[in-house]
Structure formats: structure tokens, C-alpha cells
Design a protein around this ligand. Sequence first.
Ligand code: B4P
Length: 191
Amino acid sequence: MVNFLIFGPPGSGKGTQSVRLAEKFNLIHLSTGDMLRAEIAAGTELGKKMSSIMSKGELVPDEVVIEMIAAKIDSTKGCSGFLFDGFPRTVEQTAALEKMLKGRNMKIDSMLVLEVDHDELVKRLIARAELSGRPDDKDPAVIENRIDVYKAKTEPIIDYCRQRGIYTPVNGMGTIEDIFKRLSKLMRRYL
Ligand code: B4P
């Protein structure tokens, strides 16, 4: 089993690249953003509670996403590895993921961090709002809040993972195809 984290600020291309990489390398793609949006679309109690948090650009509580990920890992049998997209987003989630994997004889092999300029992030998210109608992409103030939340709560994970020797920065500027090639090259070393 080889397990990767795809990491980066909102709009850095995590979701976009994860779908392609999971297919290419036969990995299970686990996106906490997609899981939460599925709860909202299905109108579940959990979805109703999380919807207002997400539309403000805040993070949902750690225990909610940790539970979701644990359930997915346990229900997946016989895969060659996981690609975690948008999870973990706090140091607490990272420690919980490590513990979860260790208990199942697994580990995080590499953390791929997409590096993208601030103005490019905003441009991509505003462009996506037109197509997806996602409430968290529509309002520039919410986009700025998501980037601020990333810096305050999510970016500290980089130091945590650097200390474990799994931090791998990747240039996230350029075309989707160019970035896909960069990520594929790095991932191939582990597969
Ligand atoms: P996510 O669903 O993870 O969304 P995101 O950070 O906005 O990034 P995403 O992966 O979707 O976008 P991408 O960069 O691929 O999270 C949404 C919300 O869910 C969070 O704010 C939070 O509230 C909650 N949440 C999720 N996980 C959580 C967790 N673990 N803990 C707590 N809360 C959690 O792409 C953006 C756009 O850019 C797309 O339109 C794409 O087509 C475009 N794009 C990508 N690459 C491009 C390129 N190279 N050039 C041009 N455009 C590009």
C-alpha cells in the first residue's frame, strides 16, 4: 500500500489532479470536500449542519471528517493505496490520520504540496463559481477567508510533515496537464 496526501490552498488543483492521479495509479481517491458536499446534496442531518460552516469558508469540526475517513478506509478492501485530497486540514487531523493508518499497518508515504500564487487561486475559484454554483466560490470575501483559514490552520501541517521527511513541494502554476506530469513523475518513485 502506498498512501499520498495532495495538499495546497483552496483552488490549488487538489481535486482536479486527484481524480486523474487516482485513475492513473489505481488509488482510492478520498476527498473530504466531496464527501461533505454529498451529505449536503442528500439533505442529511449532518449535511444540514455542515452547510452553513462550509458556505462561510470555515473548516468543519475535526471529529466529523476523521470519522468519515475512518469509515471509508475500513470499508475499502484490496486497493493499492489511498490518495487523500483536502484531508488532513489541521495538525489534529494529521495526527489522527497517522494513528488510524498505523493501527492498520499503513503510513503516509508522501505529502505533495501544490504551490500556487494568491491571485491565481482567486482567479480559479471565481471561474469555478460560474460553472459549479458552489456558494463558497461565489463571494470573494469567502474565498479570502478560506485562504486565511488555510494559512492559520492548515499550513502548519507542512512543518509537521517536513519533520517526518515526507514533505514534497510541487510547482502548481501552469496548465492542468503540465502539473499532472510533474505530480506523476514524483509519485512514480513510490509505485
Ligand atoms: P474542498 O472540497 O477540499 O475544496 P477546495 O479547497 O476549494 O479545493 P478543490 O480541490 O475543490 O479545488 P481545486 O483546487 O482542484 O473543501 C471545501 C470546503 O469543505 C472547505 O472550505 C471546508 O469548509 C470543508 N472541508 C473539506 N475538507 C475538510 C477537512 N478535512 N476538515 C475540515 N473542513 C473540510 O480546483 C479549483 C478550480 O481551479 C477548479 O475549477 C479547477 O478546474 C481549476 N484549476 C485547477 N487546476 C488548474 C490549473 N492548473 N489552471 C487553471 N485552472 C485550474
